[in-house]
Design a protein around this ligand. Structure first.
Ligand code: MD3
Ligand code: FE
Length: 218
């Protein structure tokens, strides 16, 4: 009831050309999402990838036909989890459908994600300004689902120093990033220490992606 009230106070917004913010869109699926995160991370544990910049403060795992990995040599999508050498856990159908429904609401029909990257942020964790351009599928959007404690999110344009908008992503918020916004620079400020009944102090973000199969490597 309270959730419905707040959702109605945060209307759907076109943030930029191709980018749609759907506040609370994932709330009806929250239980399914939390169960999926528990199941995926039991098989493919959250880990902090080490990049040239040092260890990432967000812990990550993936599900689907490929998952995102990073090491000091660079970033890529792999068919297997380098931690276990096993294929990534399957993407649950309920999550695939949630992402496709959100994409359709934003005008992207027939979105068929092959990978879901799951980020977990503890208090103080964040993500520096970056672009997502390892997918080789520029015509497909990225669908982002936020769960748990809020995050202050900044995004700009396709140039690193383009002016930024700042929005607070709350539990259940979905953002669809496609078209002219697909290569927007974006980042997450360090998470404040607050509490959410389902996640404690944590924030989770799931990003659903279509990826060119020619780019995944074993
Ligand atoms: C804009 N995740 O995993 S979601 C990421 O909150 C990532 O964990 C953030 O950036 C997070 O790469 C932000 C919002 C998001 C995701 C992908 C995008 C915004 C995007 C791709 C293109 C443009
Ligand atoms: Fe990103």
């Amino acid at each position: 009831m309270m959730d419905d009230l707040f959702v109605s106070l945060r209307p759907r917004t076109v943030l930029a050309d191709g980018a749609a913010w759907l506040p609370g869109f994932a709330l009806p699926d929250a239980e399914v999402l939390h169960q999926a995160i528990a199941n995926v991370s039991a098989a493919a544990p959250f880990r902090h990838f080490r990049t040239r910049m040092g260890p990432m403060s967000a812990a990550m795992t993936s599900c689907g036909a490929c998952g995102w990995t990073a090491d000091p040599a660079g970033y890529r999508y792999s068919r297997t989890d380098p931690m276990t050498d096993q294929p990534w856990p399957d993407m649950p159908d309920a999550l695939r459908h949630l992402a496709a429904r959100a994409a359709a609401e934003a005008g992207y029909e027939a979105f068929d994600p092959v990978s879901c990257l799951i980020n977990r942020y503890a208090p103080g964790a964040g993500m520096g300004l970056h672009q997502d351009r390892d997918e080789g599928y520029p015509e497909a959007p990225v669908v982002s689902v936020s769960l748990g404690v809020p995050a202050r999110f900044s995004f700009g344009g396709s140039g690193r120093s383009d002016p930024k908008q700042i929005i607070d992503l709350l539990d259940g918020d979905v953002v669809v990033w496609g078209g002219a916004s697909r290569f927007a620079w974006h980042g997450v400020s360090p998470i404040r220490e607050t509490f959410h009944p389902q996640t404690g102090a944590m924030r989770y973000n799931l990003t659903f992606r279509a990826i060119n199969a020619a780019l995944f490597r074993p």
